[in-house]
Design a protein around this ligand. Structure first.
Ligand SMILES: Cc1cc2nc3c(=O)[nH]c(=O)nc-3n(C[C@H](O)[C@H](O)[C@H](O)COP(=O)(O)OP(=O)(O)OC[C@H]3O[C@@H](n4cnc5c(N)ncnc54)[C@H](O)[C@@H]3O)c2cc1C
Length: 397
C-alpha cells in the first residue's frame, strides 16, 4: 500500500521484498479468505504502550469508509460483510485476490518490484540513504519507507530485522511480544473437550493490564484458541516475558450473569444441574464445568446445597481458566510492541529522528484485535507514509 501511494504521488518507486512473491501474510490471513477490514471500528480496542491519541490520529488519516472504497474501486475487490463477526472479506473469499490486486495496482502505477531481496541495513548518507542488501550492490535513494512487519510467523518473511535496523538508527523499540496467539495449558485440564467451542466473555488480568473480549472460544489439544482467547492473549504473553506469569484468565461461559443463573438454578420438579447447564452450553462443556465446580451433573436442583450452588455460579460467570504458556510467535497473528509512536510524525509517518525515513505497519507499537483491525492499521499507516514519501522534494532555494 505504501509503494502504491508513493508511486501515485509521482515518485520513482522500488519495492524491495525478501520473499519471491511478497504479501505472504495476506495469503494466510483470515483462514485463506483475508479478513481485509472490519465492518465497524472501535478504536479503543487497539493496544499500544505509546500514546493512544497518536495512534488514533494515525488511524484516522484514512477512514474505514475510504479504505473500503479504495478496495472496491481501485483494487476491483468487492467486499462482503460476515454479519455475525462484523468482518469484511473479498467477495471471492480468496486472500490471493487481495495480494494479487495490490501487486497489480503497484505495477499499474509504475512500482518496480524487486523480489528475493533481503535488506540487511539502511544507512543515512549526507544526502539520502544507502540500502544494503544481502544479494547485490547497495542501492542509493533519497527516501526510504520501512514496512518490514514484526516477528510473527517468520516464514512469511518478517523476522524482526527491520526493528533491529531501526534500533541501530536510534529509534526506541518498545519490548516486543507475541499477540493474538493461542494459550497453552499442559497437562490440559479440559483435554477431553478438544474441538468444543462456545461463545464466551474472557478477561485477562495481571498487575498492570486488563483486557476483556467477547466471542468464540475453542478448546484445543494443547489449550485454548478462538477469537476471544487470541484477543486477550497478550496479557498472558507479556506477564510471561516479564517473568511474572501472574496473569489470570477468567471466563463467563454464557451470556447469563449471576442473577440469571440464580434464577435458572431454582429448584423445579426433577430438573438436574446438567439439564439446566446443557440448555446454555454444549453438553460436554456443561458437564465438565459442573465437575470443575465439584458438583455432579446428575444432581437434582432441589438437592443442591447453598455452597454447591455458589461454586457452580462462580464457575459459570467467573470461572478461572488454568494456563501454563502460549504458542508464541510461531502462531501469533501479530507482534505487540515496536517503534515508539512518539518518534513518528502522525501526519506523514516520517521518522522524527531521521528525515527521509518513513515507517508504517506492524513494526510500529500498535496492534488491534481479531477482525480486520491489523490490516486497517497497515493500510492507513502505509498510505500515509507513501503519500508523504512520494512528495517531490521542496527546493531549498
Ligand atoms: C496467520 C495470520 C492471520 C492473519 N489474519 C489477519 C486478518 O484476517 N485480518 C487482519 O487484519 N490481520 C490479519 N493478520 C495480521 C496481518 O497479517 C498483519 O498485521 C499485517 O500483514 C502487517 O502488515 P505489514 O506490512 O506491516 O507486515 P508484513 O505483512 O509482515 O509484511 C512485511 C514484509 O516485509 C518483508 N520483509 C521483512 N523484512 C525484510 C527485509 N529485511 N528485507 C526485505 N523484505 C523484508 C517481508 O517478507 C514481508 O513481505 C494475520 C496474521 C497472521 C500471521
Amino acid at each position: 500500500m505504501a509503494a502504491i501511494f508513493a508511486a501515485m504521488s509521482g515518485a520513482d518507486t522500488l519495492l524491495l521484498e525478501r520473499t519471491r512473491d511478497g504479501g505472504r501474510k495476506i495469503l494466510i490471513s483470515g483462514g485463506g479468505r483475508c479478513n481485509i477490514l472490519p465492518a465497524r471500528v472501535d478504536e479503543r480496542r487497539f493496544v499500544t504502550d505509546s500514546s493512544s491519541n497518536t495512534l488514533r490520529n494515525m488511524l484516522r488519516s484514512w477512514p474505514l469508509e475510504e479504505q473500503i472504497t479504495f478496495c472496491e474501486q481501485e483494487l476491483s475487490l468487492p467486499l462482503v460483510e460476515e454479519k455475525e463477526s462484523a468482518k469484511l472479506f473479498p467477495a471471492s473469499n480468496r486472500a490471493r485476490d487481495v495480494r494479487d490486486s495490490l501487486l497489480q495496482a503497484a505495477s499499474r502505477y509504475g512500482v518496480r518490484f524487486l523480489p528475493n531481496t533481503s535488506v540487511a541495513n539502511v544507512a543515512p548518507q549526507e544526502a539520502g540513504w544507502k540500502i544494503e542488501t544481502q544479494e547485490g550492490k547497495p542501492i542509493e535513494t533519497d527516501r526510504v519507507i520501512m514496512a518490514t512487519g514484526g516477528l510473527s510467523v517468520p516464514n512469511t518473511g518478517s523476522d524482526g530485522r527491520g526493528l533491529t535496523v531501526l534500533a541501530e538508527l536510534g529509534h526506541t523499540v518498545h519490548p516486543t511480544y507475541p499477540a493474538l496467539t493461542p494459550i497453552v495449558a499442559e497437562p490440559a485440564p479440559f483435554a477431553e473437550l478438544a474441538g468444543v467451542s462456545a461463545r464466551v466473555t474472557i478477561s485477562g488480568l495481571d498487575r498492570s493490564r486488563h483486557s476483556t473480549a467477547t466471542g468464540g472460544f475453542l478448546f484445543t489439544h494443547r489449550g485454548y484458541s478462538g477469537p476471544s482467547v487470541l484477543d486477550v492473549s497478550h496479557v498472558v504473553t507479556r506477564s510471561r516475558l516479564e517473568g511474572d506469569a501472574g496473569a489470570r484468565l477468567t471466563v463467563r461461559w454464557t451470556g447469563l450473569d449471576e442473577a440469571a443463573w440464580e434464577a435458572a438454578l431454582t429448584p423445579e420438579g426433577t430438573r438436574t444441574v446438567g439439564g439446566v447447564l446443557r440448555r446454555e452450553l454444549p453438553d460436554r462443556l456443561a458437564d465438565a464445568l459442573a465437575h470443575q465446580a465439584d458438583v455432579s451433573p446428575s444432581r437434582a436442583l432441589a438437592q443442591l446445597t447453598r455452597d454447591q450452588r455458589r461454586r457452580l455460579i462462580e464457575m459459570l460467570v467467573r470461572g478461572s481458566l488454568p494456563w501454563t504458556g502460549d504458542e508464541g510467535y510461531k502462531k501469533a497473528e501479530v507482534t505487540g510492541g515496536g517503534i515508539d509512536l512518539a518518534e513518528v510524525d502522525p501526519r506523514t509517518m516520517e521518522s522524527k529522528l531521521h528525515p527521509g525515513l518513513f515507517l508504517c505497519g506492524e513494526l510500529l507499537d500498535a496492534f488491534g484485535p481479531i477482525g480486520g483491525y491489523n490490516f486497517l492499521w497497515a493500510w492507513a499507516t502505509g498510505r500515509a507514509a507513501g503519500l508523504a514519501a512520494g512528495q517531490p522534494r521542496r527546493s531549498s532555494g
